[in-house]
Structures are given as structure tokens and as C-alpha cells.
Ligand binder design. Sequence first.
Ligand SMILES: NC(=O)c1ccc[n+]([C@@H]2O[C@H](COP(=O)([O-])OP(=O)(O)OC[C@H]3O[C@@H](n4cnc5c(N)ncnc54)[C@H](OP(=O)(O)O)[C@@H]3O)[C@@H](O)[C@H]2O)c1
Length: 190
Amino acid sequence: MRKLIYHVAVTVDGFIARKNGSVDGFLMKGDHVDAYLEHLKEYDTVVMGRRTYEAGYDFGLRPGDIAYPNMKHFVVSKTLSFTQRHADLNIVGENAIEVIRSLKDTQGSSIYLCGGGSLAGSLLRSGMIDELLLKVNPVVFGEGIRLFDGVDTAVGLTPLNTTSYESGVVLNRYSIAIEKDSPVPGSDFR
Ligand SMILES: NC(=O)c1ccc[n+]([C@@H]2O[C@H](COP(=O)([O-])OP(=O)(O)OC[C@H]3O[C@@H](n4cnc5c(N)ncnc54)[C@H](OP(=O)(O)O)[C@@H]3O)[C@@H](O)[C@H]2O)c1
């Protein structure tokens, strides 16, 4: 089975974006970026929520296009539609969790869960995320979009490794200690 890896930049206080969706404050240059670009080559598939896809517009993404070359895209949304879209852009409207569960059963690399916090929260509650790769940036936002939305129970993590970059970013890899197909108590997966 393919792993689903939530690979994301996060503040020291656990936010992936500011309240207004801005990612100003994360370090966009440095040796951690080079490492991230190398990491991306390991994924052939990316999964993201609709607001994460739309956040790409601020960085030059054209509606209906793909954000990452050479990856199949699965954007979870009940509202998004395009008259024309790239052949590698799939919109998952209904039964998103089940579609992603099925995707994990297909052949391919580990799957890149790009974000955001809403989708990641649903997937964590459903016991679907296998690993976290957290690019912890040396910044505090105080408020914003949480790493996982809607998760109010403790989830055990197993630290796998840590890499410190000269830029100040620390990359922490964890596996998630949830039995496969055994959702977190209190989950309301959709
Ligand atoms: N720091 C980083 O590395 C990083 C990475 C990624 C994103 N971000 C930031 O995170 C922000 C977006 O995160 P977010 O939490 O607001 O939104 P999100 O998770 O990207 O998208 C939420 C939307 O996705 C759909 N969705 C999510 N879970 C679903 C489910 N279980 N079933 C069906 N549909 C589901 C819904 O779309 P519909 O309403 O269309 O149905 C929902 O409104 C952006 O500001 C982005 O810049 C940061």
C-alpha cells in the first residue's frame, strides 16, 4: 500500500498559514528549499484541498492547470469545476476519503498530501495519514490555519528522523501510530 505523507511547512506554534491564508513568514529561500525540491521528485501523486489549490493562484497557477509537474493531482472539492483542465488534474467531489483510500491501494510512489489543514484533519481522523514531514520554520504566527483542523484527541507519533538546515528550518519526520483502518476516537470522517 502507498503511504500518504503530509509534507508541509509549519510554524513553531503549529500553523500552516496565517488567518487570511497568507504564507508570508515562511522561509522561501535556503537549503531547506533545495531539499524540498529534491523530495518532490519522490512523489508521482499529490492530494490537496480546494483552498490549497486556489492558494496556488497567488503563485502563478492558472485555474485548471497542475501545480506540480509530473504528478497526478487529486483536488478535493465539491464546488470546484473548470471548463478546461489538465489531463493530470482530478477533482474529487464525493466520497473523498474513500477515493483517497482507494488511491493508496494503487501502484505508485508515496502520495504527497500537500494540505491544507481542513483536508489533513479529515484524513487524520480517518486514520489515513502514514507519515508527517514537518518543515518547522523559525516563526510564530499566534493564530492562523492549523496543521490539522478539527482534531481534538491525542494522536501518537513516532519520531523517525530530524534534519536541521542552515536556513533555520528543521525537518521532522514522524510516522503515525494509528492502526490501519482504525480511526481516531470521535472521528466524523466524511
Ligand atoms: N504551509 C504549507 O506548507 C501549506 C501547504 C498547503 C496549504 N497551505 C495553506 O493552507 C490554506 C488552505 O488550508 P485550509 O485548511 O483552509 O483548506 P484546504 O484543506 O486546503 O481546503 C478545504 C476545502 O477542501 C475541501 N475538503 C476538505 N476536506 C474535505 C473532505 N473531507 N471531504 C470533502 N471535501 C473536503 C472543501 O472544498 P469545497 O468547499 O470546495 O467542497 C474544503 O472547503 C491555504 O492558505 C494555503 O496557503 C499551506
